[in-house]
Ligand binder design. Sequence first.
Ligand code: HEM
Length: 200
Amino acid sequence: MAFYSVFLEAIPAYTGLSPVAFFTTLALMVGVYHLVCALFVSDPPPPNATSRSAMEMMSMPVNLEPVQLGDVTEEELRAYDGSDPTKPLLMAIKGQIYDVTRSRMFYGPGGHYALFAGRDASRALALMSFDPKDLTGDIEGLSPSELETLQDWEYKFMEKYVTVGQIVEKKEKREGDVNGKESENSSTENLNGGDVEVKR
Ligand code: HEM
């Protein structure tokens, strides 16, 4: 009881409010707090929802192992530019195709070097150029120092990434293809999402 009367006397001493005004203000503040929480703060997700999405992510078919593709035309390589998240990210230098999937932050959609994905970027790298016209494997007319720059890039890629194939001329022009059609064992079918021909 003594504590209660000391408490009631302390309220006006510390707040300048009568006990009735103090408790009314306190009740109003608690009410406003709950109202704001109800309006703007969403409930946390139920625990099983969180674990379900984690499970879904874990069961996603993510293939981190580079897959050998063998011969690929520049046109076919385009399919590996990161627009299809189920396909690896590939990039070529001097006709050699590298799996750069592990550097998705560079070459994936929105990455600084996304323009190189699905391309032979030899000319762009030699010239240190982001110009779309230089996104080609054509290295004709490059100066010795530009070729040296390209060589440095090639060494870097050979060290860092796995080679998964090589760029070939259009398959119509390949030996044994007399009708101008793609040969039966061309890898087009494989590249479009099916089984992949393993050459090594
Ligand atoms: C202001 C100019 C530039 C800056 C500050 C810059 C900076 C960087 C940095 C910090 C990295 C990451 C290096 C690493 O962690 O391994 C990188 C990677 C890279 N840069 Fe640049 N860069 C510039 C210009 C260019 C240009 C002009 C090109 C080619 C046209 C280029 C091509 C690349 C490539 C291909 C990679 C990724 C290499 C890999 O896969 O490991 N960069 N750059």
